[in-house]
Design a protein around this ligand. Structure first.
Ligand SMILES: Nc1ncnc2c1ncn2[C@@H]1O[C@H](COP(=O)(O)OP(=O)(O)O)[C@@H](O)[C@H]1O
Ligand SMILES: [Mg+2]
Length: 282
């Protein structure tokens, strides 16, 4: 057994609960960096960050996959402007072929649901099975990065995926300036640490708003909180994103803001976050 394999086995043994799946191990061995985006709460910008991170890595000529494991509230198909999700992800020779958008490969629950408003009422084992398929039965091919968007909190789905992937390379925690003030991100940090997933850092979202009339920067929840909390938690501070109506427009129109970065401050900050992530992973 090679040293690397041995190390991976060691890592697995610290994450009991799900037996090793050779199909997943094989598929994941073709992906250099797997990064999970997590938060304690919903609506703090996880999907926005995951989509922009993936697309921006693609712009840097990386081979990128984006996996949405938010089973109850998938949103990446919309954020990537994939209009007919059910037809975009196909099955060929018993393998799921990812959809493509802006040069990246995309898989997630949104493709199975289409435009349906019906809620997914699934218990743990069903979610575990679909996540297993998203990892082992997808022809991801050789990738530099797999970015994983998760549902809010530290529940079943992020736990399952951390246990299934032999080695998750890093977690990025995103939180709003408001939540940061409540020290709420500690939970997400502890979650990653418990699962031996290195925390790449924290992104503070909606840290300020630029007044559309006078251009003044309004920091609703104070200044420098992101940096302070990162220091307090002993993790990297990756940056603060403004509250920017253009992010909402980008999300709704299906054209990620990093594609038009020169037009917005949020786009520039996102690119600087992506540069830092690349640096941390190299
Ligand atoms: N910095 C921001 N400025 C403005 N709107 C934002 C910002 N970050 C996220 N949003 C919007 O807030 C909503 C929730 O973001 P989303 O990424 O879906 O959160 P989560 O995945 O954490 O639930 C989306 O409509 C998104 O476009
Ligand atoms: Mg989301």
């Amino acid at each position: 057994m090679t040293e690397e394999k041995e190390q991976r086995k060691d890592q697995r043994s610290t994450q009991p609960g799900i037996p090793e799946d050779p199909k997943i191990t094989l598929a994941m061995s073709h992906i250099r960096h797997k990064i999970l985006v997590i938060s304690n709460k919903g609506g703090v910008g996880k999907s926005m960050l995951a989509v922009n991170l993936a697309v921006a890595l693609g712009l840097r000529k990386k081979a990128v996959g984006l996996l949405d494991i938010d089973i109850h509230g998938p949103s990446i198909t919309k954020m990537l402007g994939i209009d007919n999700p059910q037809e975009s992800m196909q099955v060929v020779e018993q393998k799921i072929v990812p959809a493509e958008a802006y040069g990246i490969k995309v898989v997630g629950m949104g493709f199975l649901l289409g435009d349906s408003d019906a809620p997914v009422i699934w218990r743990g084992p069903m979610k575990t099975n679909v996540i297993r398929q998203f990892l082992g039965d997808v022809s991801w091919g050789d990738l530099d990065y797999l970015i994983i968007d998760s549902p809010p909190g530290t529940g079943d789905e992020p736990l399952t995926i951390c246990q299934m992937i032999p080695r998750m390379d890093g977690a990025i925690i995103i939180t709003t300036a408001q939540e940061i003030a409540l020290l709420d991100s500690r939970k997400a940090v502890r979650f990653a640490q418990k699962l031996n997933v290195p925390v790449l850092g924290i992104v503070e979202n909606m840290g300020w708003l630029t007044c559309p009339k006078c251009g003044e920067r309004i920091e609703l929840f104070g200044h420098g909180n992101g940096e302070q909390i990162a220091a307090g938690l002993g993790i990297n501070y990756l940056g603060t994103l403004p509250f920017d109506p253009q992010i909402v427009v980008a999300g709704d129109s299906g054209r990620p803001i990093v594609l038009d970065s020169e037009k917005s401050e949020a786009g520039k900050v996102l690119h600087s976050i992506v540069d830092r992530v690349v640096e941390l992973m190299s």
